[in-house]
Design a protein around this ligand. Sequence first.
Ligand code: R7I
Ligand code: MG
Ligand code: MG
Length: 321
Amino acid sequence: MDSFLLKDKFIGSMLGTHIGDALGMPVEGKGYEAIEKNFGEIRDMLDARLGAGTYTDDTEMMIALAESLVEHRGFNGQDMAQRFADNFNPDRGYGSGTIQALFMIKSGMPWEEVGERVFYGGSFGNGSSMRVAPIGALYYNSPVKLHEVACLSSRITHAHILGMEGAALQAMAVSKAINLHPHKNVDARQFIDDLIRSIPLEADIYKPKFKVMEAILETPDDKKVVVEMLGHDSSAPNSVPTAIYSFLTHTHDFEEAVVYAVGLGGDTDTIGAMTGAISGGFHGKSRIPSRWLEILENGRKGRDYIEMLAVKLWKMTSVDS
Ligand code: R7I
Ligand code: MG
Ligand code: MG
């Protein structure tokens, strides 16, 4: 793949996370009917919480994860855990299990011991899936390494098998999108088949979901069925497949994919963030609407900082290969 296209895709995937997160943030927790009734389609970032275009825990954790990968030229569990804890801003809205994990890290507990203590055996929330765009990018060319690092990064806060498999699936979906040419049509069934073949799925939850997904690929406008079948809550099994579906049913356009994901209601910032990561990895930053890029928060760790991290990850792939 052309190196500058690859760079555009790395940036697209990480800014895509920020965009989906910020677009979905104001309506997190609302149903699709309530969103339709009160807002119609959400195509512009609304002023809520810390302001229009601001990110939540999804992007804040992605930033910490990317900082750690860059600093250590790969995975370092203790450092990544520490960065999650150091970057933690409670005003951004974190899941309760992750807050517990971050306090255990802050108290000095070794990172390998933290994840399993959350919810007595590990969380299956989507908190470790929403932040993995940098893993999908850095290891776009090394699926075995991608799988290993996605699982390890999840273990820090989400040690449940469903949390780890969700993170691995989401990271692999990002890497597959990065590997596809943005001007060619995507074969959705092929994408799904490749995806489930590339992750060793032990738990019996994701595979049947992907079968259902194949059956409803032609009817994305029936939101009731999509939400009933795939889910839209903050567990990984009820949100990672939903994000992949949002991308696969709207591969032609970044904006349409993310607007659709947010319009499904429920965990809108996170399903938006994960869809944005995949779709942004497919299209690249250059095909993301400029009105969205312009409104993203851009303070010390905002839009430009995220782009800089993406460029550093891209440079790591060209040096190593
Ligand atoms: O996964 P997590 O960081 O939450 C992420 C969500 C995203 O929507 C963010 O935007 C933010 O709003 O929060 O936090 P967790 O608390 O680990 O998991 C999220 C939810 O998954 C929990 O609140 C539970 O409802 C559910 N969950 C579990 N419930 C029971 N038993 C996850 N694991 C378990 C479990 O083991
Ligand atoms: Mg969030
Ligand atoms: Mg959320």
